[in-house]
Ligand binder design. Structure first.
Ligand code: PMP
Length: 351
């Protein structure tokens, strides 16, 4: 039990006193609706169905469906325009610009730092160890106030899980909010923290429809947390942030459990095949273990390899500029044909 955590005291003062916007659909959502300056004549284009109307600002149906699939309560879910929106809102709820800091654990997902900088919030880097784990014994004890700490597991760009016991140690000792970004959780056997929300009042879990569901184009990301934390998200978010088309596709996606599993299984078997094939390429010096839909690989002349491959039409990511990632490339697992093309070209440009 984390005894030093006090949610109310962490909320940025201007947010604490915010009177949220009340939109027309907060009051009535059926009848002859002439209250929101919509266009009753209809949309000039687009698929069937109510696109001339604003979407449900509370996303009730969508949140119920997600709660069913992920094993929590609808009130513990915030739906955002990608997890990137959730990251930005977290910083806006908890951090005073020009004063507060967040902690991140490089090498990690780049948007935590960018979102902090956009909000004029300082970033404290708490590096992962060389094998890309948290080292609780080196925890920084900063002078300025730190309401937020971001962990990413499985981590991007390193692809590994952080150790569950280390995350729990942070959750039980850090006095602020601990964000565990689980964008890649469906590609690993590691248990999600969503089922543990009731145990950790300072926990926020991020997930997304962009990876296992293959729906990066609809822009739907999720934050899971206590009802108290989620209620702050709902006060700060734009009223109609999730559009009608996104909700419709996401609801359908949530019912496609066998296709989801089939696609995950294919990515996982391709991941194994790609990693095995990489071991036969002499320029490949190290293949890091992966719990995600990508692999981090140390290769001779990584930047040259990346650039030559990209110019020839196979685009992977150079990650050699990240901490502990010298001379690495990050390869997303694609279709079997894409993976074959990537492997053939990697072999060719390094031989
Ligand atoms: N978190 C991590 C760790 C990611 O790698 C990404 C995407 N690369 C995101 C969040 C962003 O996801 P979304 O598409 O939901 O904004």
């Amino acid at each position: 039990m984390n005894t030093s955590f006090d949610l109310e005291s962490l909320i940025r003062p201007n947010i604490r006193s915010l009177v949220p916007y009340r939109c027309a659909r907060d009051d009535y959502d059926s009848g002859i609706l002439l209250d929101a300056n919509e266009n009753s004549i209809g949309a000039v284009t687009g698929p069937e169905g109510n696109l001339n109307r604003y979407p449900d600002p509370h996303q009730d149906e969508l949140r119920r469906a997600i709660a069913n699939v992920r094993g929590c309560r609808p009130e513990q879910i915030f739906c955002g325009v990608g997890s990137d929106e959730a990251i930005d809102i977290l910083i806006r709820i908890f951090c005073v610009p020009g004063k507060d800091s967040i902690i991140i654990t490089p090498p990690t997902y780049g948007m935590y730092k960018v979102a902090a900088k956009v909000n004029d919030v300082n970033v404290i880097e708490w590096p992962l160890t060389k094998d890309f784990q948290i080292d609780p014994s080196s925890f920084p004890h900063p002078a300025s106030s730190v309401p937020l700490l971001f962990l990413c597991s499985p981590n991007n760009p390193t692809a590994n899980n952080l150790k569950r016991e280390d995350i729990i140690q942070i959750l039980t000792t850090f006095p602020g909010i601990v964000v565990v970004d689980e964008a890649y959780i469906d590609f690993t056997d590691q248990q999600s923290f969503v089922k543990d929300l009731d145990q950790y009042p300072n926990l926020v879990v991020l997930q997304t429809f962009s990876k296992s569901y293959g729906l990066a184009g609809i822009r739907l990301g999720l934050a899971f947390a206590s009802e108290a934390i989620i209620s702050w998200f709902l006060r700060v978010k734009a009223p109609y942030n999730i559009n009608v088309l996104t909700s419709r596709v996401a609801l359908d996606a949530l019912s496609q459990t066998s296709t989801l599993q089939k696609n995950i299984d294919l990515i996982l078997s391709e991941r194994t095949r790609v990693m095995t094939s990489l071991t036969h390429i002499p320029a490949v010096k190290h293949i890091y273990p992966s719990d995600a839909n990508f692999v981090l690989v140390r290769v001779e002349n990584a930047f040259h390899v990346y650039k030559t491959m990209a110019d020839a039409g196979v685009v992977i990511r150079y990650r050699g500029d990240q901490l502990h990632c010298d001379s690495t490339i990050r390869i997303t697992i694609g279709t079997p044909e894409e993976n074959d093309a990537m492997l053939a070209m990697l072999k060719e440009v390094t031989s």
